[in-house]
Design a protein around this ligand. Structure first.
Ligand code: GCO
Length: 442
């Protein structure tokens, strides 16, 4: 009897000490925003202000793994999207009117290689014209090679789930690079590898809509293999180009900071989402496998930051919509997750460990009425400004997004734009927050 009592109390003490240590090591910072002067901003000269978009979300008229998924699942169809494929010159005028110095966009593989091995020169020319136009406006183009969408034929072969498909991906990237790298210096190989693998292969809310942990891990490794192959090849072709990944850093905090279970879930998810990826980039090993060429395969790291997740034992994995918890004092954004600008700093600290310059490749909020976005921008930029003052090497900030667009599984309901888009008329209207961003840039 005594033995049991002694063992149980020792266990309680050990868990208590462990949790106390976790609480110290992983503080969940919260600021008293009322006492912060958000106007106190300073950015170095040469800092680039920008906006970001992605092909499938704005171009319209695409047939790819995503449009197939929309159809199969009965989701809202991306359809004509923002008709950017025909309106891109007008949209680039919006960039000039905002005064941005950088624009991040993605190139659509399914346009360029609709069938394996058949290359569409005409479509390629449009991207080339886009680049010329941006350059003539004094706007730095930053090109993403894979932003969630790829050709149907490649998905049918298994996409990133099968490493034998990676050479197809590589040759598409090389071809685009050969066409544009005389004018495009900054490249993101893959957008949000972990979102791609978790949403597509664990939660099943993105194509191909599968659900398997081992499968997810395989895809994670293949995404890193794909990045590494592309990095090595393109760097060899034109060493002066700067290549990186746009990494979504989502923070995982235990719902209850005294709950060992909540901590366990938080630390595991943080490892799978963030830690294992950073380890792969620094050591060339990810989730037990060697990833050839991955070590030191970043010239910069692209950071996409949105929020933190509060974890507990019962995480939603089967529901169509994710349920998000938030702290009592936090404001929920339209997407459901909280606005947590403090986490931006934690994410910056996290990627800084990679030892390469940081480009903020995405940050923004869904807010149709534009009531929260101005404050969202102010807080997040203040955090960036402070991080720079304290020595972080951050080179740019790209607001997500230039205009409302097709928000994946959420369809057109989530409005992230500095410009509102009327999808019946394709009219773009600058929101108040867009005016604010423009004035700030100038
Ligand atoms: C992603 C993307 C963007 C989103 C944006 C808003 O994270 O899914 O990179 O395509 O539209 O993050 O959710």
């Amino acid at each position: 009897m005594w033995h049991w009592a002694a063992a149980a109390s020792s266990l309680v003490i050990v868990i208590f000490l462990l949790v106390s240590r976790l609480r110290r090591r992983h503080p969940e910072t919260h600021y008293d925003w009322g006492n912060i002067d958000l106007g106190d901003l300073s950015f170095p000269s040469g800092f680039l202000w920008g906006t970001a978009t992605a092909a499938h979300q704005i171009e319209g008229g695409l047939t790819n793994n995503w449009s197939d998924f929309e159809e199969d699942r009965g989701l809202e169809r991306s359809g004509a999207a923002c008709e950017h494929w025909t309106l891109w010159r007008d949209d680039f005028q919006l960039l000039s009117d905002l005064g941005v110095g950088s624009y991040r966009f993605s190139v659509e593989w399914s346009r360029l290689e609709p069938e394996p091995g058949s290359w569409d020169e005409g479509e390629m020319r449009v991207y080339s014209d886009m680049v010329d136009d941006l350059v003539s406006r004094g706007i730095r183009p930053m090109v993403t090679l894979h932003h969630f969408s790829h050709p149907t034929w490649w998905e049918e072969r298994g996409g990133f789930a099968d490493r034998r498909n990676l050479p197809d991906f590589l040759s598409y990237c090389e071809r685009v690079f050969d066409e544009l790298s005389d004018r495009v210096e900054y490249w993101c190989t893959i957008n949000e590898p972990t979102v791609c693998s978790a949403m597509g292969y664990t939660l099943g809310q993105f194509p191909p809509g599968k659900r398997g942990i081992r499968l997810t891990m395989r895809v994670m490794r293949n995404l890193m293999r794909g990045h590494a192959m592309v990095y090595r090849s393109l760097k060899g072709r034109r060493p002066e180009c700067q290549l990186g990944v746009a990494k979504n850093v989502t923070l995982f905090d235990p719902a209850s900071r005294w709950s060992p279970v909540d901590w366990l879930v938080a630390r595991i998810l943080d490892w799978l989402w963030n830690g294992s990826w950073r380890k792969g980039m620094t050591t060339g090993r990810m989730l037990g496998s060697r990833i050839p060429g991955a070590k030191d395969s970043l010239d910069f790291v692209g950071l996409n930051y949105y929020t933190h997740f509060l974890t507990g034992l019962f995480l939603p994995t089967a529901t169509k919509e994710l349920q998000f918890a938030k702290r009592e004092h936090e404001v929920a954004t339209e997407f459901g997750y909280p606005m947590y600008a403090e986490g931006f700093r934690r994410a910056i600290d996290f990627v800084s460990e990679l030892g390469v310059p940081i480009e903020i490749t995405e940050n923004g909020v869904a807010d149709a009425e534009d009531t929260l976005r101005p404050e969202h921008i102010r807080r997040h930029l203040w955090v960036v400004s402070e991080a720079i003052k304290e020595g972080h090497d951050i080179r740019s900030y790209h607001h997500w997004s230039l205009m409302d667009n097709f928000e994946w599984a959420e369809g057109y309901s989530m409005r992230f734009g500095l410009h509102a888009v009327d999808f019946r008329t394709q009219e773009r209207t600058l929101r108040k927050s867009g005016e604010f961003y423009r004035d700030l840039i100038s």
